[in-house]
Design a protein. Sequence first.
Length: 253
Amino acid sequence: MVLIERVLYVAPKIRVYVVPPVTSLSGYMAKDWGVEDERKVIFMGRLRVIESTEESEDDDDDSGPKDVKIDVRIEDKDSGELFANCPYESQASVEQVSDSTRFFAIRVVHGRQKATLGIGFEDRSDAFDFGVCLQEVRRRWAIDKELANKSKTGQSSAGNGGFQSIFSNSEQGGKNDYSLKEGEMINITIGNKGRRKPPPPNSPPKAAAADSSFPMPFLPPPPSAEDVKKRQSRQAEDFSKMGFDDEAFGDFV
C-alpha cells in the first residue's frame, strides 16, 4: 500500500493554549484561556490540514471509493515534528469560539488519549482561510454521501427488478385493446342543467301552444265583385236622395 498525502491548507504560525472545561451555554470563549497573557501559550508552531489516502501499487483504475482521512496537524515549524493531531471527522472536531474569529477549539487524539486544545491565529485572514478549508471538506463529504446513497439505490432497484422490469413485464404482456366493438356506444352526459328528455318513439308531434300575451290578428276575406256593385248602388241612391246630381254640374272647367 502507498500512502498519498495532499496539503489542503498551511498556517505558518499559530499559538496553542490549554482549554478549561466549558462552564457556560455559549460554548468555548477565548477570554477563558488567558490569550492576552503570553505565559498561557504552551506551544508555537505551524498548522497544516492534510488529506491522506492509501492505494495499492497495482491499483490503476478508479474502481470503488477510497478511504480518505482529513487531519489537522500542529507541528514544529522548523523540524516538522508532530506536536498534536486532530482527526477531522465531523464539524464538532473543530469549533470556533463565540467571542473571537481568530481562535478555535480542536479535539486532539494521541493513541487512546483525547484532549481539547485551543489554537489562535495571528492574522484574521489566516483564520478565515482555515474555516473555508474545513467548509470545503464538509461540502465534499455531503457530495460523497449523496453519491453513495444513489449507488445503493441503483443496486437495490437492480436487485428487485427496478423500473426496467416493470416496463419489460408490461411489454411482454402485450398491449391492451381499448377499441369499440361492433354495436357498442359511448354515452357522454355533461351536467344535468337544461337537459331535455327525448320524446318517446312513435309519439305525435305536439302542436305549438298559442301565446295569449301576443294575439294573432285575423283579417276578413276580400269582398266579391257583386258586393262591390251593390255597395256602389246604395251610395248613388243616397246621394240622389240628398239632392246631389252629377249630371247637373255639366263639365266643370
